[in-house]
Design a protein around this ligand. Structure first.
Ligand SMILES: NC(=O)c1ccc[n+]([C@@H]2O[C@H](COP(=O)([O-])OP(=O)(O)OC[C@H]3O[C@@H](n4cnc5c(N)ncnc54)[C@H](O)[C@@H]3O)[C@@H](O)[C@H]2O)c1
Ligand SMILES: N[C@@H](CCO)C(=O)O
Ligand code: NA
Length: 432
């Protein structure tokens, strides 16, 4: 490959929001360095977004403006970069049109990849063009590169991660400032890394999109978003975080993917993470992924998982790879070689649980909860009752011994509709 005098890699860019404008800023600021590293200049030539007149703090006058997003695929470019978002709609139409036109495609859109990644990988492989998405999982952290390339020699057994910056920011603030969820949410949303639909962040959907992509890369299975068990953080109280701290844990939204004998297990859920586990020390909008390989051992990837600079940095890294001519199958092995995710549904899993009940302060309530646990075969390790909340309820927190998760589910089912409970119980898993 030639020096910086070689023909530029021409880019069309859809979406000029946080990430899109960031990509232009990275390419402008580090222009010379990027050209030297890539072996040739990387030039944006055409752009589109919803509003042509909006000031994004970057000069757009030098680019062709194309009103119809899908037509970006017809521009005289080598690669289309999609930073619009949404699993379907214009993003998917653009992806399909670009790959069908035999051009490379770069995206930060984990929702689209989780739902349509297999189809898009097949289309890219059939056309012999790159499909790259480093920014889609854990923003600026090179975790796709790390697993797809760096760890490619290993069989991976388990991948765990903090994959949503918004949730981690909220949980860290709740912990540090002893504030409740609703109080901190608006602050997180103002920082530019929340999804267009913020429930995707706080209900675990965004992290599940990312986990489905990571699991596919790690275990050679087809992306299976519909098989991720998903829970969020909106029902966690500052009191739960304080209780967890007293027991030696931090509360984190953790994605877990494991390749087992019966298939792929994938879950995103609030977990109690032991304070000596690397994920317990991940604070703010930082993300982290732990992967265990049979030769390399335990890998820890940690860094900024969202925001303009980190996310744009990952998008441009993909463009540099393409400019260098680096290729290969998007999901680490050819799409045709990816296996089905299998049957694992988690019902035979074992673990320890944190359960928190809001109860009426009256005789017999604790006995009722303890009886439900006993009848379902759940063994209690500790039980703590704390004073009244604002509505006069009392909080009861239970930590169980290790046992089948299905027994915990049965205990909660026995308590469903009980007059003693003043709200839905909270169940968090304890990370083993
Ligand atoms: N913000 C982050 O920290 C972050 C991190 C990782 C990944 N992502 C992903 O990057 C993508 C973009 O996120 P963002 O935060 O920059 O969003 P944003 O809302 O800031 O920007 C979206 C852009 O797309 C444009 N747009 C909307 N509909 C369009 C259409 N039909 N055609 C053309 N343009 C259209 C908007 O005008 C805007 O310029 C999403 O897929 C998101 O999930 C974002
Ligand atoms: N909404 C996402 C952006 C990064 O993918 C987050 O908060 O992590
Ligand atoms: Na990344």
């Amino acid at each position: 490959m030639g020096g910086t005098g070689s023909r530029a890699l021409r880019i069309a860019l859809a979406g000029l929001g946080t990430v899109g404008a960031g990509v232009i800023r990275v390419l402008d600021t580090n222009r010379e360095l990027i050209a030297r590293r890539a072996g040739r200049p990387i030039e944006v030539v055409a752009v589109t977004a919803r509003d042509r007149t909006k000031d994004r703090g970057v000069d757009l006058g030098r680019f062709a403006w194309i009103d119809d997003t899908t037509r970006l695929a017809e521009a005289e470019v080598d690669v289309v970069v999609e930073l619009v978002g949404g699993s379907d709609g214009p993003a998917l139409a653009l992806a399909r049109a670009t790959l069908a036109a035999g051009k490379g495609f770069v995206t930060a859109n984990k929702a689209m990849l989780a739902h349509h990644g297999l189809e898009l990988a097949e289309a890219a492989e059939a056309a012999g063009v790159p499909l790259k998405f480093e920014a889609a999982v854990a923003g600026g952290i090179p975790v796709i590169k790390g697993l797809r390339e760096g760890a490619a020699a290993n069989e991976l057994a388990r991948v765990t991660g903090i994959l949503n910056g918004t949730c981690n920011f909220i949980l860290s603030k709740m912990e540090a400032e002893k504030r409740d969820f609703a109080d901190v949410l608006a602050e997180a949303q103002a920082l530019g890394f929340a999804e267009a639909d913020p429930s995707f962040d706080i209900d675990g959907v965004d992290a599940a999109h990312k986990l489905a992509i990571l699991a596919s890369l790690s275990f050679g299975t087809k992306p299976a978003f519909d098989r991720v068990g998903i829970g969020g953080i909106r029902h966690i109280l500052a009191a739960d975080i304080a209780e967890a701290a007293a027991l030696g844990y931090r509360v984190r939204l953790v994605g877990v993917a494991e390749a087992g004998a019966h298939g792929l297990f994938q879950r995103v859920h609030a977990h109690l993470v032991p304070q000596d586990h690397p994920l317990a020390h991940v604070t703010g909008a930082t993300n982290a992924v732990v992967a265990e390989g049979n030769f390399v051992g335990r890998l820890l990837f940690q860094g900024p998982g969202a925001g303009e600079g980190p996310t744009a940095s990952a998008v441009v890294a993909d463009l540099i790879d393409i400019a260098r001519g680096e290729a290969g199958p998007p999901f680490a092995m050819p799409a045709a070689a990816l296996a089905d995710a299998g049957e694992a549904d988690g019902s035979d899993r074992r673990g320890r649980a944190y359960l928190r009940f809001a109860v009426a302060d009256r005789v017999g309530v604790l006995a009722e909860i303890a009886a439900a646990m006993r009848d379902a075969g759940v063994s209690i390790e500790s039980l703590i009752q704390r004073g009244a909340t604002a509505d006069g309820s009392v909080l009861v927190a239970i930590v169980t011994h290790e046992g089948p998760e299905r027994c915990v589910a049965q205990a909660l089912e026995r308590l469903r509709g009980s007059q003693s409970l003043t709200g839905e119980p909270l169940w968090m898993h304890i990370l083993g």
